[in-house]
Write a protein that binds this ligand. Structure first.
Ligand code: FMN
Length: 379
């Protein structure tokens, strides 16, 4: 094999490898953190090989002269791709626990998912444009690039969050996750009320038997992720917490089956029976719940509609798989008659174990607003 053809083949191999590494990195629910971080190093090494092999093409990008529209577009995509890779690498280093524990930078996993999706998509367009410039079959090449880009966006924004929700079992050190800065809640006595899957689901005794579900093991004990958030709030505010538990049939252990049961409940506007948490004597309620089908789980609706919440202030903390608060705030305002309702924070499911400081910061902000509102009202 001559030198040029060797360089070309190595270049193609490094490019394909980079794309595959990024895909596997995004599906880290299957690899775990250690492999995920080492793959990041592998990606970086492939990038260096790519830059060395393509150094002439890269330096040609900055030369003047007449260029076709396709070549100009290709150059813009290349620059954007490079910038997105740099930001993604810095942000990934910023949350690394193994290789770069001393480096803290841009910690949001939502942000990293969007950047990884951008890199995946731009990489397809970047590779595709080389073929587009050379081939005579421009229409076919353009269609292939569009299809590849659409598939990359779907993988990053839909498939990856779906996999994370369905297949992830997270292991958490309870005291590390829950304990932290205290927040003094001025005036009213707060209570955390939460709904979580564990306690409301028919899980088998053996966690491994349900390891296909989205679960959290805190110090080896199966724990609902919303329960963990409730513990964080209770620790921050030094206050009581009470669960919303169904008294009738529990949800199935399979995540997918729970999704369909909850969908049926929503469509039939069901109000499952619950053990009603006693909220008398508390003025502020911090309501912690997962977003189910764009709103609150129906047992939370039972709680809101059948509890005297008038005159109370309900602060919302939702966990979600990508959608934010969606319709839940409007629905809660409708159901909790006579209560004031304020959104505090919606937490992406991947960020739950590390959400303690964000929650404390947001609670401080709303505590201060509350204080400020009261002063305004009294003047
Ligand atoms: C029945 C069901 C419906 C869900 N619907 C949504 C949704 O509409 N939007 C969303 O972002 N996440 C949705 N999710 C993901 C959950 O909000 C996410 O898994 C949860 O906040 C994390 O708590 P968990 O680990 O207890 O499931 C849904 C999850 C379940 C089980």
């Amino acid at each position: 094999m001559d030198k040029r053809s060797f360089a070309r083949k190595t270049g193609i191999a490094a490019d394909v490898l980079m794309y595959l590494i990024l895909l596997v990195q995004m599906l880290y629910v299957f690899t775990g953190n250690i492999i995920h971080e080492w793959l990041g190093i592998g990606f970086f090494l492939c990038l260096i090989v790519h830059i060395i092999l393509k150094r002439k093409v890269i330096s040609g990008m900055w030369k003047g002269g007449k260029k076709s529209a396709a070549r100009r577009f290709s150059d813009i995509v290349t620059v954007l791709l490079f910038l997105c890779i740099i930001v993604l690498m810095l942000s990934s280093m910023g949350v690394s626990r193994l290789l770069f524990p001393w480096f803290k930078f841009m910690g949001s996993s939502d942000f990293r998912r969007y950047m990884a999706t951008a890199v995946l998509t731009l990489a397809v367009v970047h590779g595709g444009m080389h073929g587009f410039i050379r081939t005579k079959k421009k229409k076919t090449a353009a269609l292939l690039i569009a299809a590849g880009a659409a598939a990359s966006i779907a993988i990053g924004l839909a498939l990856v969050p779906y996999m994370n929700r369905h297949f992830r079992t997270v292991t958490v050190d309870r005291s590390q996750a829950v304990e932290g800065e205290k927040v003094e809640w001025s005036g009213s006595k707060p209570l955390v009320v939460y709904f979580t899957r564990v306690g409301n689901t028919d899980f088998e005794e053996d966690v491994d038997a349900v390891s296909g579900a989205s679960l959290m093991l805190c110090d080896g004990e199966l724990t609902g992720s919303n329960r963990l958030i409730a513990e964080m709030v209770s620790n921050a505010l030094d206050c009581d917490m009470k669960p919303i538990n169904v008294t009738g049939e529990k949800y199935p252990s399979s995540y997918g089956d729970t999704v369909s049961v909850a969908g049926k409940e929503l469509r039939s506007n069901a109000r499952p029976d619950i053990e009603h948490p006693d909220v008398s004597g508390y003025d502020s309620i911090i309501l912690v719940y997962p977003i189910w089908w764009g709103t609150v789980p129906m047992p939370v609706a039972t709680f809101l509609e059948n509890t005297d919440l008038s005159g109370k202030h309900i602060y919302l903390i939702a966990t979600q798989g990508s959608s934010g608060f969606v319709k839940s705030t409007a629905d809660i305002r409708e159901m909790a008659k006579g209560a004031e309702v304020t959104e505090v924070v919606s937490i992406y499911c991947d960020d739950i174990p590390t959400a303690r400081q964000t929650i404390a910061d947001k609670l401080k902000k709303y505590r201060d607003n509350q204080y400020y509102d009261r002063r305004l009202r009294s003047t």
